[in-house]
Structure formats: structure tokens, C-alpha cells
Design a protein around this ligand. Structure first.
Ligand SMILES: [Fe+2]
Length: 283
């Protein structure tokens, strides 16, 4: 910046001018005669400059504020994964499953799957996904997510498809079972076979495929038919846990006895509701 110093009066006072603040004195303006006038001009010049800076600052702040509001409106909401209460007392299914097994199974095993699922997805995009979407892309995620998301979902479903007074299959569900398996008894036999022959720990399923047809399958560990890693994919409407923790206290190594007793506590009303829901959504 170039600066010049003008001698303005005999007292040796001077004004500092710069090209940046260059001011052309109007011809008719009387010369500055004292320090007060010079200072006043300096203040006016800088006030104008300050005003421009404040205007720019205000525009920048307003832009940032609006951008912030825009970003905030695009914020995603975390999915709420709940650990739901058991829909009946621990001893409600005594016809098939003892109270101690139910208590340990629900309050320790299921709870551990839920807690570990929460830990596995903490701080990740999975916190914002539905359980269905997580299952559908489960091959992309670590084993901790696969095992615990599966354990959380599978047990949540399992509790609901059992009841002390679940009735019998009827209506559209019974018709679909007859059409898919020949008869209700044939369906039960095939389901029992799938549950009994699952090696090690796992689950037996009745599900609906994308064509609306019912099918029976079994999966190892905590996999389920919603996962992209299984061969037989569909929407599960009935589940049976055949892990030893589900039956060992009463049945020890007699898994077949546990499977037979299961029919006494199947909640067919809930299975029918899930069947209707799956039909409505085209799967
Ligand atoms: Fe279990």
C-alpha cells in the first residue's frame, strides 16, 4: 500500500491517506484545519468500511444458519430397537416348557443377544436401519452383528408365536398349509423333521416366499430366512428354537419330545396374523 503524508497546516499536523481508503477531497470542501476534523473524516471512512464488513459478516452468518437448518432437517432418526416384555408369565407354557427354562431363556439369553446387538451397532449406520434391512444385507456386517441381530429378532418372534391358549390353525392359514403340504398333519411332520435334523444349534421355520407360497426350512446358529446368507429366503411366520438352552432342563437330550410338545403352545392366532400381514405385503 502506498501512503502519502500531506502537510496541511503550519502546526505540522498531517493526515494519513492510503490508496485503500483513497479519498478525493471535493473541490469546494474547505481544507481540514485541525486534528478534530481529520479524525472525524477518518472515523467516517472507517465507519463506512466497518459497515460493509458487518454486512458481509451478517450475510455469511445468515448463510451458515440457513445451511445449519437445512442440515438439521436432513438429520436421520435412530431406529428404536426395544427389548419387549414376555407376553405371558414364565410358567404360562408349562405344558411344553418349564418356567425356569423360560426365565433363563428370556432374561439371560435373549437379553444378552439384545445387549450385544446394541453394542455391535453403536456408532454405525446400522443404528438408523430397520431390522429387516439389516437382515437383508447381513453378509456385509461382522459376525457380531449377524449373531446378535439374529438372536434378538429370532427370540422376539419366538415368544409371540407361543401362547397358553393359541387355538388351532383355521381359515386362510389352514387352507395355505393344506395346499402347501397336503394336510396339517403333513405340515407338522415336515416341520418336526426340519427341527429334529438341524445339527447343533439352530432354528426351524415356517415362512412365506416371494411368490406367497409357504415353505419349511431350518437355519444354523442365529440365522433366519430374512438374511441374505441363507438359501431359502422368505418372511418367517412360525419359529422353533432348537438350541439346547431352549429345552435341556426338562428334556435333556430328547429334542424330539420338546418338538412334539411345542404344538401344545403354538399361538396359531399370531401365526395367522403374521401370515395375513405377509400376504398383504406381497411376501
Ligand atoms: Fe434361544
Amino acid at each position: 500500500m502506498e501512503s502519502t503524508i500531506d502537510q496541511r497546516d503550519k502546526k505540522g499536523t498531517c493526515s494519513l491517506r492510503t490508496n485503500l481508503f483513497s479519498v478525493t477531497t471535493p473541490p469546494k470542501t474547505p481544507p481540514l484545519t485541525n486534528q478534530f476534523q481529520q479524525n472525524a473524516l477518518w472515523v467516517v471512512m472507517n465507519t463506512n468500511q466497518l459497515s460493509k464488513i458487518m454486512q458481509k459478516t451478517f450475510i455469511i452468518l445468515l448463510t451458515l444458519l440457513l445451511s445449519g437448518i437445512g442440515l438439521k432437517s436432513q438429520d436421520r432418526s435412530k431406529t428404536v430397537f426395544t427389548f419387549d416384555p414376555l407376553p405371558y408369565a414364565y410358567d404360562a407354557l408349562e405344558k411344553a416348557i418349564d418356567a425356569q427354562t423360560m426365565e433363563i431363556h428370556y432374561s439371560r439369553h435373549h437379553r444378552a443377544y439384545y445387549d450385544n446387538f446394541m453394542k455391535a451397532i453403536a456408532g454405525t449406520d446400522l443404528e438408523y436401519m430397520s431390522l429387516g434391512d439389516i437382515m437383508a444385507h447381513i453378509s456385509n456386517y461382522p459376525a457380531a452383528v449377524r449373531n446378535n441381530a439374529g438372536g434378538y429378532f429370532n427370540h422376539s418372534l419366538f415368544w409371540t408365536v407361543m401362547s397358553p391358549d393359541g387355538g388351532q390353525p383355521e381359515g386362510a392359514l389352514l387352507q395355505a398349509l393344506n395346499e402347501s403340504f397336503g394336510s396339517l398333519e403333513a405340515f407338522k411332520k415336515q416341520f418336526e423333521q426340519a427341527a429334529a435334523t438341524r445339527f447343533g444349534s439352530g432354528w426351524a421355520w415356517l415362512s412365506m416366499d416371494v411368490g406367497g407360497k409357504l415353505f419349511i426350512s431350518s437355519t444354523p446358529n442365529q440365522d433366519n430366512p430374512l438374511m441374505d446368507v441363507v438359501n431359502e429366503k422368505g418372511t418367517p411366520i412360525l419359529a422353533l428354537d432348537v438350541w439346547e438352552h431352549a429345552y435341556y432342563l426338562r428334556y435333556q437330550n430328547k429334542r424330539a419330545s420338546y418338538i412334539s410338545a411345542f404344538w401344545d403352545v403354538v399361538n396359531w392366532k399370531e401365526v395367522a396374523r403374521r401370515y395375513a400381514e405377509a400376504m398383504k405385503h406381497g411376501q
